[in-house]
Ligand binder design. Structure first.
Ligand SMILES: Nc1ncnc2c1ncn2[C@@H]1O[C@H](COP(=O)(O)OP(=O)(O)O)[C@@H](O)[C@H]1O
Ligand SMILES: CC(=O)OP(=O)(O)O
Ligand SMILES: [Mg+2]
Length: 406
């Protein structure tokens, strides 16, 4: 079965085409700068040459049309016809309390995703645009939605409630949800395999640090706590998001700077984090490069970022009353030797002994970066959210076909 996986952002659409017979990737790519007159489509057929096309791409509907045209393109395509695609799986960031698992897209499911727009304004509306665009361009193809929040639905109340009037939870479902669940789930499973122990006996902290960043405390295979909350703004310091701060800063700043709600929201989501402190970039590569050249602001941004991450690892070790392993994943976690070093070197009290040579290795495989005798193991495990989305989509569509007698 051939499955197309989509991850739609506000101005981007990433895709991967899987052949589920052997879980191989037939092609992958992304459309960036959607809505601008110089949108870029980058398409990589597996084993083929990367193609880049710059053109005006108005919206997600047009982006899906360009992607499907590329997938069946005479020269660069990997399919004879779009009919070969048997299902489409989407990443949806917010599933609220309604979705504890991946779902087949129905009218009710779409209604519920729309109801959750308020909770994830940066992420859910583009996912919906992706779903609608597929309906228009690939009618009759079943679609599945996979939620970032689903894996964290096992958190106990002491982790997920905020200490504010309970009526707010009852009326508006204001609580902590957590995100990147697909990734935390995937890398914790791979880490347990690597450790050669059942996940049900392990205490693991997973650090998914990319553009968005979150930590999770995974106790006996289940999410026990995670650093993102009602929205993907809480927790760690990120590329452009503040992470944890005193909530009183919001009304105080609105008052002093005469800002509207939208403006403070935008400040905290888009103009904070590494970008705000360094004044250089939200990208860890540029922060580290500037720091190495002696830039003080970049160094401060780096120190704040790694200090906050360390505090979470310590907090979760306390929360679980123990720690067997720490896992680094996503753009920064998989690639930044400097971030991993700064974090691990100040956690020796927990029993972490970093191995500098292993930490400096470049590899796409799951691997240890601690010394053999280290009481707590630290691993780098490349995440693969798309593969998990493809697997869930395959399973759900297969079961549905079975029920329909197809
Ligand atoms: N070689 C590298 N060294 C340090 N950081 C890196 C490196 N490569 C990527 N990154 C970081 O990873 C981020 C992107 O992470 P990623 O997980 O791909 O993000 P997302 O999926 O949220 O867009 C970049 O913004 C950058 O900060
Ligand atoms: C939920 C979230 O923060 O996602 P991303 O890391 O893709 O921005
Ligand atoms: Mg990501």
């Amino acid at each position: 079965m051939i499955i197309l996986v989509m991850n739609a952002g506000s101005s981007s659409l990433k895709y991967q085409l899987y052949n589920m017979a052997d879980e191989s990737v037939l092609a992958q790519g992304r459309v960036e700068r959607i809505g601008m007159d110089d949108s870029i489509l980058t398409h990589e057929p597996s084993g083929g040459v990367e193609v880049n096309r710059v053109s005006e791409i108005l919206d997600h509907n047009e982006a899906v049309r360009k992607v499907t045209a590329m997938l069946t393109h005479r020269e660069h395509g990997v399919l004879k016809s779009m009919d070969e695609i048997k299902a489409v799986g989407h990443r949806v960031v917010h599933g609220g309390e309604s979705f504890k698992q991946s779902m087949l897209v129905t009218n009710e499911v779409k209604k519920e995703i729309r109801r959750l727009f308020d909770l994830a304004p940066l992420h859910n509306p583009p996912a919906m645009m992706g779903i609608t665009a597929v309906e228009l361009n690939l009618p009759n193809v079943p679609q599945v939605v996979v939620f970032d929040t689903a894996f964290h639905q096992t958190m106990p109340m002491e982790s997920f409630l905020y200490p504010i009037p309970m009526v707010l939870y009852r009326r508006h479902k204001i609580r902590r949800y957590g995100f990147h669940g697909t990734s935390h789930n995937y890398v914790s499973r791979l880490a347990a395999e690597k450790l050669g122990k059942p996940l049900s006996e392990l205490k693991i902290v997973t650090c998914h640090i990319g553009n968005g960043a979150s930590c999770a405390a995974i106790l006996n295979g289940k999410s026990f706590d995670t650093s993102m909350g009602l929205t993907p703004l809480e927790g760690l310091m990120m590329g452009t998001r503040s992470g944890d701060l005193d909530p009183a800063i919001v009304p105080f700043t609105m008052n002093k700077e005469e800002l509207t709600l939208n403006e403070v929201n935008s400040m905290l989501n888009k103009h904070s984090g590494l970008m705000a402190i360094s004044g250089i970039s939200s990208d860890m590569r540029e922060i580290v490069a500037a720091m190495e050249e002696g830039d003080k602001h970049a160094k401060l941004a780096f120190d704040m970022y790694t200090y906050r991450l360390r505090k979470y690892i310590g907090a979760y070790a306390a929360g679980m009353n123990g720690l067997d392993a720490v896992v680094f994943t996503a753009g920064v976690g998989e690639n930044s030797v400097a971030v991993r070093k700064a974090v691990c070197e100040q956690l020796t009290f927990l029993g972490i002994e970093l191995d500098d040579e292993r930490n400096a290795e470049r590899s796409k495989e799951a691997r240890y970066i601690t010394k053999d005798g280290s009481r707590v193991s630290v691993l780098v495990v490349p995440t693969n959210e798309e593969l998990l989305i493809a697997r869930d989509t395959y399973e759900i569509v297969n079961n549905r076909d079975g029920e329909d007698g197809m």
